[in-house]
Ligand binder design. Structure first.
Ligand code: AAT
Length: 286
């Protein structure tokens, strides 16, 4: 490993890793849950790293945060109340708050250190946490959901990868808890990993969703600083008529400009669900 570079080495993606040249370590500490680090990097600006895994960089975070928020929001006819699980950097809350129909955002993040560090070092994302629509809870998302039924139109799980505190957020029992926390016709959207290296894992998460929801799909987004540069979401809907491929709400380009959207539009929404053959085959056959 070259000195002065950070490499994202992890057994979830054996034998391959992305590296970033580091200008400065802005913060590093061990929280109650994980190792929390913020680096200033030469090519991607400030970068949040938890347990050695890149969570977001200032340069490309918009792609992931816009898509994990707007794919489910625009698939729902009237998303008034939204729950965000994880997402401690604040980027997803920032995006969800842009949707004109959203009235109330409840967020549950397990690690108060992530909230603190994001407000301090990543203000362009941290700003989301302090949006007046947002009510923040510091708790484990799994435990939190056990206390909530029939409350949310949309549940977005912006979780870290399935090692450490987020492991429980990939179990079938978690999808079942989300299902009970939804209002009629509710929609869930969960971070579900990359098809290039973890297709088994994607398939399994989609299976959990399919076994509980009448409609379920995997949608993709390009994020250069996530493993393989691609990540996806598993979406599930309680209304059997939901078609994730066709957005219910279409924003005009001038509306999207006003909302400062840089990645998402209705065409990108449709395209997210058009999958290359090797992914589509595996997911359909499972
Ligand atoms: N917005 C993109 C960044 C993330 S953040 C994932 C967040 O989930 C972290 O803040 C972490 O502390 C939080 N988290 C982990 N486990 C739980 C839990 N059980 N309950 C609530 N919050 C939790 C996603 C990065 C994806 C990385 C892809 N390689």
């Amino acid at each position: 490993i070259k000195p002065g570079w950070f490499s994202e080495i992890n057994d979830l993606w054996p034998g391959v890793s992305l590296s970033l040249e580091v200008i400065k370590i802005l913060h590093r500490e061990r929280s109650q849950y994980q190792d929390v680090m913020v680096l200033d990097t030469r090519s991607h600006g400030r970068t949040l790293i938890l347990d050695g895994i890149i969570q977001c960089t200032e340069r490309d975070e918009f792609s992931y945060q816009e898509m994990i928020a707007f794919l489910p929001l625009c698939s729902h006819p009237n998303p008034k109340t939204v729950l965000i699980v994880g997402g401690g950097d604040g980027g997803v809350a920032r995006e969800v708050a842009k949707h004109p129909l959203v009235e109330r955002i409840v967020q549950v993040e397990i690690d108060p250190k992530v909230l603190e560090v994001s407000r301090k070092y990543l203000p362009s994302m941290g700003v989301g946490l302090d949006n007046p629509k947002v009510t923040l809870n510091v708790a484990d998302g799994f435990q939190f959901l056990k206390q909530h039924t029939g409350e949310f139109d949309v549940i977005i799980t912006d979780s870290s990868d399935p090692i450490g505190p987020a492991e429980c957020l990939f179990h079938e029992s978690y999808f079942s808890l989300m299902k009970s926390a939804l209002k009629p016709n509710g929609i869930v959207c969960s971070q579900a990993g990359t098809a290039w290296l973890n297709l088994d894992h994607v398939t399994q998460t989609l299976q959990h969703c399919k076994s509980l929801f009448p409609v379920a799909s995997y949608g993709v987004v390009s994020v250069p600083t996530y493993p393989t540069g691609q990540i996806g979401f598993v979406l599930g809907g309680l209304n059997p008529e939901t078609n994730f491929k066709e957005p219910k709400k279409i924003f005009s380009h001038s509306e999207l400009d006003e909302m400062n959207m840089r990645y998402y539009d209705d065409q990108v929404h449709r395209a997210a669900f058009i999958l290359p053959r090797f992914i589509a085959k595996t997911l359909n056959e499972a």
